[in-house]
Each structure stands twice: as C-alpha cells, then as structure tokens.
Design a protein around this ligand. Structure first.
Ligand code: MSP
Length: 533
C-alpha cells in the first residue's frame, strides 16, 4: 500500500484543526506528532511538503467556553491559540501553515465555496429536529445515546434537544457517487477497519445534514441569509483549503487550489471520521473539486487504561511531559509503542522503561561503546576499512541491506511502530554482534583488520538507524550524525535534502574509511523514575 503522490514533487498533509475551547491535550499532540513524522519522511525523500495544522474557532462549544470566562469569543480564541503554537514548537513540529478559521481570508473562501454549492442546488431550507452534542458539535441519533441522554463520545455530557429552521446540504444526493468513489479508491479511508465502518454507515442510507444554526452568533453568517450562521464543521473543513493560500495571495478558491490541491493525506482521530470521509468528499463533489487522496483515522489514547479527553478532565498535559522528558522521547514513545490506527495507552512507568531500554541502553550505549573502541583500538579516530571488506554474510550487513526498503514501506503505510521496530532490530543485533565478536579480545590477539571490520559494521548500523529514525527522533539522530562526523542537522530541511539524500543515506554501506569520527557523548540521558513511584 503506497502513498500516492499527485506528482513526485509535492505532498500536502493536514492535522485536524483543533478546537480552542481549551489548551491542547496529548490527543491533539498525538496526531500532530504523527503528521510531522510523515512530513519529515516526505522531505527526506526530496518532496516539497506542505504540513497544515491550525485551529477551529467557531461554534457553540467555543462561544460557551468564552462566555463562561466572561470573554468575547475572539479574545478568548486569541488567548488559547498561542498555547498550540508553543506546544508545536516544544514538540519540534515543522508545520508550514497554521490555519485559523477566524481569519478574514477564510471568510472569503467559505463564502465562495458556499456559493458554488448553492449554485448547484445542493442547499435548501428545512426543519432540523434532534439531539445535539455541543462537545462534538454534531447531531446524534437517539439510538446512539447512552443512558441519561449522554453522548457516546463525551460520556459525561448530556445532549441537547434542537428544533429549528436550518439550511441543509443534500448529502443524500451523493450516496451513489460516494459509494462508487470508495470502491474505485480502496486506499481512500484507512485503516481497513475504519473503511469498513464508513462503508457500513453509508450503506444504511445517507441523510441530508444541516449546515447552519439559528440563534448562534459565533460563526460566519450564511451568505444567503444573515440571520443564520454557518455550521462549524462546514466552515472548519474548508480551513484546509484556506491554508493552501500563499500568504500574500488574494483569497479565492482558484488561488487556494492552484498548487497543492488535492491534499494527499488527512490525519485525524477516529471520532471525526464521518466528517472527513463522508461529508467532506460530498461537499467537494458538490463544488466539482477533486477529492483528497487519503484519510487516515488513528485510535484514541487512554491514560492508565482510562479514556482521556478535554471533556472528561483526565488529560495528560503534553507541555509538562515534553518539558520533563524532551520532544524526542515523547515522539518516540507514542509512535513506537502504539500501533497507529489502534487505541493505545500512556503509562508513565512504561514510558520510562521503553525510553531507557531503546534509546538510552540499546541505541545510546551502542554508539558510545563503539566510538570509545575506535578511539582505543583504531588510529586517528577512523576505521580503516570500508563496506567492500564486509562480507555479505555479516549479520548486520544482511539486515542493513534491506532495512531502508523495509522502513520506507512502513512509513508509507503509516506503520510507525513497525518502522521503529525494524530499526531497533538492527540496533539490538549490533549489540549482540559486538558482544559475540569481542573486539577487545581480537585486539589483544593482534587481529587489527577484524577489529576494524566489527567496528565498521556496528557504526554503519548506528548511522543507518539514526537516518531512518530521523523523522521520529530528529534531535537524537542529528546528535548521532554529528558524532559520526557528518555535519548534518535533521532539523535543517534544506541542508538535509541536499547533504543527506534518501537514495544514498537510507542504504547500507555509506560510511567510509575516510570518515573522521567524533567524540562520544551521551545521546539520551537515562531517565530516573520519579521518587514517589
Ligand atoms: N475541530 C475538530 C476538527 C476539525 S478538522 C476540520 C475537532 N477538534 S478536537 O480538538 O476536538 O479534536 C482534534 C483531534 O484530537 C481529533 O482528531 C481527535 O480524534 C483527537 N483526539 C481527541 N482526544 C483524543 C484522544 N484521547 N486520543 C487521541 N486523539 C484524540 O474535532
């Protein structure tokens, strides 16, 4: 299964635009980390990438949060947005666009898009009756509700009854077209389990949905009727389009769609799958626009086995986590420990154990001990052999020759845990190899050439591992590359693409006998468990 690029050159991807009813929690960080890893991987491959993130600021949920603090909604949003920006900086997220749905240019895009759908005859007035979850900003079917009329997602929130005149979007008209699209684009919705959910939902028959609200001020006015505001989701999904505008471009659909459309990948959580995999494509069909290539719905994070979320009040503060452990640690844990697409848990002891085992012990010690041995046993901080002297039967070379391809396939499939596991298997094999080969004994026996060959194989394994993990742990990978004598910082996008091209650096055998190695420094400090544990 491959990521289909519209051309070989560009790759546009999105995180959801996050609600600003509260500061970000680890759930929002999770999607954004994954998106950053995909973006970095695509950049390593030499593609031009546009990573879009941002905030979803309209609607009743935000209006009420602002009211509860006695603030005007815009002032309230302006106060929350910086906490997202700060978190992305701390997590080392290299986004290209930050789309705010309250931006004036977004108003222009929404208006034009609404006009297209209106012209198509896909918007009409009707009576909306039903149960509404403000936390989801979505109508629920009665049979979905939990006891006490509670929302199945925000289980501590009661839904509210609505009976009002709204504008509707003719979703039902697109039933067949959508079904044909899903059939002809089997990779559109991933993973497979989510695709099946959507197919079964659609097969039960699509109903038109209301795209406006009455008695709600905080939103864009409906262009054809200023007494109503547009439904927050209609406006929010279009935030992806607005984000495509060049900073100084006039806000027209033509300008927005000129370079990066269609978007290659929407990364979202499973709770907002219907909006992205059903409503959004239907809206685009109505506007006669090409559809995105792929929507991937990941699972939910729990904390110590409990569901986690803003509405439930048991959130894990991502800022505190990243300040305590660093960005690479947080990124690595969530991607290595949780199968993307499945639910996963955060538990601090497990977190500490995984990081100590993989990054401090397996990877960190391997680099440290092998560089120390080079200093001790080899002249001039160089190993005097190159790959030609390493037999194809060498166990590390055997793994290393296929690793680039294997890891590449894992990144393409968004199987981040498999990418990390595959690399780790080379790291672990290297530790075993060094123990078995015992270069210290070989040295004593005067087998200098053998010593150098062992150290070459191990150091080349560390280099390859660092390169292939660089989308996940860019700081540690840069540190390793520096110590191996490469002046490459994986956080410098342009430098990496030109100085460390994927076609060369993802392959086994790059290290040479000319490479001047650096001084060993710890790359990841062992974490001491908190005293009260
Ligand atoms: N504003 C909408 C998205 C509009 S996109 C045009 C929204 N925002 S949100 O802030 O509530 O949620 C954003 C993302 O966070 C969703 O993808 C959701 O799945 C994800 N998560 C919220 N809680 C989560 C967990 N506990 N675990 C993992 N992801 C979770 O929905």
């Amino acid at each position: 299964m491959n990521l289909v690029d519209k051309t070989d050159q560009t790759f546009a991807l999105t995180t959801p635009l996050y609600y600003v009813n509260d500061v970000p929690h680890i759930g929002s960080a999770y999607t954004t980390i994954a998106a950053d890893v995909v973006a970095r991987y695509q950049r390593l491959k030499g593609h031009r990438v546009l990573l879009i993130t941002g905030t979803d600021e309209h609607g009743q949920k935000i209006q009420r949060s602002a009211e509860s603090l006695g603030k005007a909604p815009q002032e309230f949003c302006d106060g929350i947005v910086p906490s997202f920006v700060t978190l992305w900086e701390k997590l080392n997220i290299q986004y290209d666009r930050f789309s705010r749905t309250t931006a004036p240019r977004h108003a222009a895009i929404v208006k034009e898009f609404f006009g297209r759908v209106w012209q198509k005859g896909d918007i009409y007035q009707g009576q909306q009756k039903g149960w509404y979850c403000v936390a989801c900003e979505e109508f629920k079917e009665e049979r979905e509700l939990l006891d006490g009329k509670r929302c199945p997602i925000h289980t501590n929130k009661e839904v509210e009854w609505r009976d009002e005149q709204n504008y509707f979007f003719r979703l039902s008209k697109y039933q067949t077209q959508l079904e044909e699209f899903y059939q002809s684009h089997p990779d559109f919705i991933q993973p497979e389990s989510r695709r099946n959910e959507v197919l079964s939902f659609v097969s039960r028959g699509l109903q038109d949905f209301s795209i406006s609200r009455i008695n709600l001020d905080w939103g864009f006015p409906v262009p054809s009727d200023p007494n109503q505001t547009l439904y927050v989701w209609f406006d929010a999904l279009l935030g992806y389009v607005t984000a495509l505008l060049e900073p100084d471009a006039e806000p027209t659909l033509a300008n927005a769609l000129a370079t990066w459309w269609p978007i290659n990948l929407h990364l979202i959580g499973k709770d907002i799958l219907r909006f992205h995999a059903v409503y959004w494509p239907a809206m685009l069909m109505s506007a006669d626009l090409p559809l995105p290539n792929r929507v991937f719905g990941h699972g939910f994070l729990t904390k110590d086995g409990q569901k986690m979320g803003k509405a439930l009040g048991n959130t894990l503060d991502p800022i505190a986590l990243v300040e305590r452990y660093g960005s690479d640690a947080v990124r690595y844990y969530f991607l290595k420990e949780i199968e993307f697409g499945k639910d996963g848990d955060f538990n601090e002891s497990r977190f500490i154990n995984v990081l100590n085992a993989d990054l401090a012990n397996d990877l960190g010690n391997l680099l440290n001990r092998s560089l120390n041995m080079v200093k001790k046993y080899c002249a001039g901080n160089q190993v005097s052999v190159s790959d030609e002297t390493i037999s194809a039967a060498n166990p590390l070379k055997t793994i290393g020759l296929h690793l680039g391809e294997q890891v590449q396939q894992a990144y393409q499939a968004l199987a981040f845990n498999q990418a990390c596991e595959a690399v780790l298997s080379l790291v672990q094999a290297s530790n075993k190899f060094i123990d078995e080969q015992a270069p210290w004994s070989l040295y004593k026996q005067g087998q200098q050439q053998e010593v150098e060959k062992v150290l070459y194989a191990v150091l080349e394994s560390v280099r390859l591992s660092a390169y292939l993990l660089s989308p996940v742990i860019p700081n540690i990978s840069s540190e390793i590359y520096q110590q191996l004598g490469f002046g490459i910082n994986f956080n410098e996008q342009n430098q990496t693409t030109t100085a460390a091209p994927f076609s060369i650096h993802s392959q086994w055998g790059l290290l040479s006998n000319k490479q001047l190695l650096g001084n060993p420094q710890p790359i990841f400090k062992r974490i001491e468990p908190p005293k009260n544990d």
